[in-house]
Ligand binder design. Structure first.
Ligand code: GLP
Length: 242
């Protein structure tokens, strides 16, 4: 595990974008695993800048997002598809048909999960998976549980997660109760994992995830077993590490 701590958000975002860009520079048909949430916004901004400055092109690349809410259309402002279009895809030259986000409106959600895993396998697995972390240690939408699923699956969102995500919706009632998420197995198969965490409020879960016992009570703790994990933290998020 390689943990890097930054004293400015700009430097952290630059490092994250630099790593993603370097993968595509070396391998133009790279398969990128992408994430949503507040944390990666600045990284995507930097990535768009690198594209505009001519440092990197995504025309041969493809992408798979970690997760999507169930029952929310891609045109809904809080859907993860909409987020990805706004923050990244609309501003770079990635081919729209090579960007993948689970379809939370699929009639047959189980079939959609299988289809998603097959599409990742067909693309040749993920060269890198970008990850944030929830306050309860969730990654993607893999919530703490006695057992974790390996492949893409449907999850019931934890109350804590719904409350945390309510800031994006008009009322907490509107936050979806279910999501489709890549499983821990799909994530762990990525050749490299890039975990990014910002803020004091995540300091405790960062300590548990990176230095605590490996347990399904904290899904992010499983990342410790990945052979190629890079962690980017701001000083606040890293403040409880021993
Ligand atoms: C969401 C997403 C996760 C994300 C996490 C943290 O629920 N499903 O992929 O990592 O919450 O989000 P944020 O970066 O906004 O704190």
């Amino acid at each position: 595990m390689n943990i890097l701590t930054f004293n400015s958000e700009d430097k952290l975002n630059e490092a994250g974008a630099g790593l993603l860009a370097s993968i595509v520079q070396k391998k133009p048909d790279a398969v990128l695993g992408l994430a949503t949430g507040g944390t990666p916004v600045g990284i995507y901004e930097q990535l768009v800048k690198k594209y505009n400055d001519g440092f990197v092109s995504f025309k041969g690349a493809s992408s798979f997002n970690l997760d999507e809410y169930v029952g929310i259309a891609p045109t809904h402002e809080q859907s993860y598809r909409y987020y990805m279009q706004q923050h990244l895809f609309n501003h770079i030259d990635i081919k729209p048909e090579r960007t993948h986000v689970p379809n939370g409106m699929a009639e047959d959600l189980q079939a959609e999960c299988l289809r998603y895993d097959e599409a990742i396998a067909e693309a040749g697995q993920l060269d890198i998976q970008l990850l944030g972390i929830g306050h309860n240690g969730h990654i993607g939408f893999n919530e703490p549980a006695e057992e974790l699923s390996s492949g893409t699956h449907i999850v019931e969102l934890a109350e804590k997660t719904r409350q945390a995500n309510a800031r994006y919706f008009a009322t907490e009632e509107e936050v979806p109760r279910q999501a489709i998420t890549m499983g821990i197995g799909s994530i762990m198969k990525a050749k490299m994992l890039l975990l990014v965490v910002k803020g004091e409020d995540k300091a405790e879960i960062v300590q548990r995830a990176l230095q605590g016992p490996i347990t399904t009570d904290c899904p992010a703790s499983l990342l410790q077993t990945h052979p190629n994990l890079v962690v980017l933290l701001d000083e606040a998020a890293g403040s409880k590490l021993q």
